[in-house]
Design a protein around this ligand. Sequence first.
Ligand code: FAD
Length: 411
Amino acid sequence: MAHDGVVVNMLSLKKHYKNGNGIRVSTSGNYADVGGEQLWIDVLNATLEHGLAPVSWTDYLYLTVGGTLSNAGISGQTFLYGPQIGNVLELDVITGKGDFMTCSKDKNSELFYAVLGGLGLFGIITRARIVLAKAPKRVKWVRMIYSDFSIFTRDQEHLISTKGLEYLEGSLMMDYTPANNWRSSFFSPSNESRITYLLKKHGILYCLDMVKYYDDETVNSVDKEVQMLQEGLNFIPGFTFTRDETYVDFLNRVRRGEITLKSKGLWDVPHPWLNLFVPKSHILDFNAGVFVDIIHRQKKTTGPLLVYPTTKIVWDDKMSAVVPDEDIFYCVGLLHSGSFNDWQDLDNQNNEILEYCDRAGIKMKQYLPHYKSKEEWIKHFGPKWNTFQERKAKFDPRMILSPGQNIFNYV
Ligand SMILES: Cc1cc2nc3c(=O)[nH]c(=O)nc-3n(C[C@H](O)[C@H](O)[C@H](O)COP(=O)(O)OP(=O)(O)OC[C@H]3O[C@@H](n4cnc5c(N)ncnc54)[C@H](O)[C@@H]3O)c2cc1C
């Protein structure tokens, strides 16, 4: 990431706080001022002390605020609240020129929009003012199983247009991997064998996860509300499963998997991930061409495969993050886990997927993008490229920040 360059140890900022730990909740309770080096898990714990929490999350919370805001920060709440970059009121940034600037939509707005989703290319985020809301106490987490991708996506799209749920994701199960995996052990042993039987029959199954938050005031009505949300959905009859968890355990769910994998020495392995935003108009082609014809046929990957919709309207186009030009698009996460022997195979498979999308005319965008040539970056940014370039010249003219992204500097 920093060939012949400098790596900033953001955690060292913690030493300089005169009061507190770098997370300060406003007296109004509407926002928290948070150091760019803070982990989201620490933001969660500090804000919960006030009965509050941020509204938009990532699946995994041991990531820094500055790091996710440099990308977008997405999870099952994105369709409702927008990505994490859409829930920031103000930033302190040290630009590539060494200027220390406070920015927001109204003040130094160009820097604000540049930095959010800006891949670390314009400045270092040292503080972010994050939107807060009242934190729920618990969640009902429902998983429904589908064998037909078009019915699965139709129900997902229906649910994101309905009021009443706070989180929606989706994932795939393949007949060559167990129904319960490191990231999710949702099913009891007897349900797991029922699902394994179904998997043998269909080859691929699709899981729709939805979550309804609740607290003391809504504890008596939440089951009824979940039931109403499920009305008219077309999952396989009898294949719906519910968990009741604290809000914190739900948000921190990936940590449980991390601890299990670490205990088996399986966390620190290569992860050739591919994250894409796929327009709704091509999601059925993507299923046929990628999930069925590449991933399932090749049977190489063991990591989670995520697919869930979001809407363009909750993304601010002035920010640097790039999304497809369609009202609804799908977040696809191919979170492969490899070994030191086979990562290259998974990397090749990722390239095959990208080539397929090109051939099939699928105008997807990479999330957490990785490109080798300037032409590819220009194509990625599309109409935003000129602004992106101008902002780089303005805030980091010597191009010292994040050269490892290979956008303006080539190693
Ligand atoms: C296990 C795991 C799970 C993940 N899950 C999700 C998910 O659910 N949703 C999602 O959206 N993303 C997810 N990500 C991706 C994540 O958003 C990015 O990797 C992000 O960069 C992580 O932040 P970091 O603190 O690890 O960044 P680092 O790896 O430390 O930095 C990545 C880059 O971000 C920039 N950067 C970092 N800090 C700052 C700062 N303070 N100011 C300016 N630029 C900065 C720099 O360019 C740096 O090179 C996941 C990543 C991992 C490893």
